[in-house]
Design a protein around this ligand. Structure first.
Ligand code: DC
Length: 232
């Protein structure tokens, strides 16, 4: 009998809690956690470090084709607050891709259809033979349109800005809440208005608003739902 992988697809705007929720749900279910945003960030990082402009669609697509992008669970030595270890051509870039510069760059490179095409292929390959919790902005309708469970995770603008600001503070990044808020609105607009695969809610998505919920409660809801679906 052939193995049918169970796919959980999670979309939502920045700082809605997708990373933590996906990571913890994956851990509890024994699934692989896949952060697709990290792949857009690696693309921006590649452009930034090799002098290929964020606007250069074919140049960026070529860089992706030539690069090896790996995502894996952190080893005990790597447990420094990261959710996932990100390797680009064998180098650990887990933190280098989390700067505000690369954050803005990632949403700029993400508007290009060719960049999206290359990354979607890589993401579908990862999910082809294993159970995954995959999160991003186009997972429920482009990468895994047949996922058994589709979730749209969201939170109010203010709560998202506060969360991102706190994260930046713990990382020692010098910024203000106002700056983080404006940055977030700019990226949201780009994600929702791009011509290829703009972020939206699919009709069969389960919409979860995390503004008033603790992360653990959201994880418990998801895990319970999956167990019920799999008759466990
Ligand atoms: O989730 P994140 O902030 O790490 O994502 C970085 C950027 O990548 C974000 O601005 C939008 C883009 N992205 C995307 O377009 N599609 C995805 N599946 C994941 C991320």
């Amino acid at each position: 009998m052939s193995f049918t992988p169970f796919h959980i697809a999670i979309d939502g705007p920045e700082a809605a809690g997708k990373g933590t929720v996906s990571k913890l749900s994956a851990e509890k279910l024994g699934f692989l956690y896949v952060d697709t945003g990290a792949m857009y960030r690696m693309t921006a990082y590649l452009g930034h470090t090799t002098g290929v402009a964020y606007e250069d669609e074919t140049g960026l697509a070529e860089l992706i084709r030539k690069s090896k992008m790996e995502l894996r669970n952190p080893t005990p030595e790597e447990k420094d607050g990261r959710l996932i270890t990100v390797l680009l051509n064998g180098d650990d870039v887990s933190w280098q891709i989390r700067t505000p510069e690369i954050g803005q760059g990632s949403s700029k490179v993400a508007v290009h259809p060719l960049v999206r095409k290359e990354l979607v292929i890589k993401q579908q390959e990862i999910a082809a033979h294993q159970n995954v919790v995959m999160e991003g902005r186009d997972i429920t309708f482009r990468v895994l349109p047949d996922a058994q469970l589709k979730i749209f995770l969201t939170a109010s603008d203010v709560v998202r800005a506060q969360r991102r600001f706190q994260q930046q503070q713990t990382k020692g990044v010098s910024t203000t809440l106002e700056e983080v808020y404006q940055n977030l609105l700019e990226r949201d607009k780009r994600d929702r208005e791009r011509s290829t695969d703009p972020l939206h809610i699919v009709p069969d998505a389960w919409v979860l608003d995390t503004s008033e919920l603790a992360i653990e409660d959201v994880v418990d809801l998801i895990v319970a739902k999956v167990k019920a679906m799999r008759h466990e």
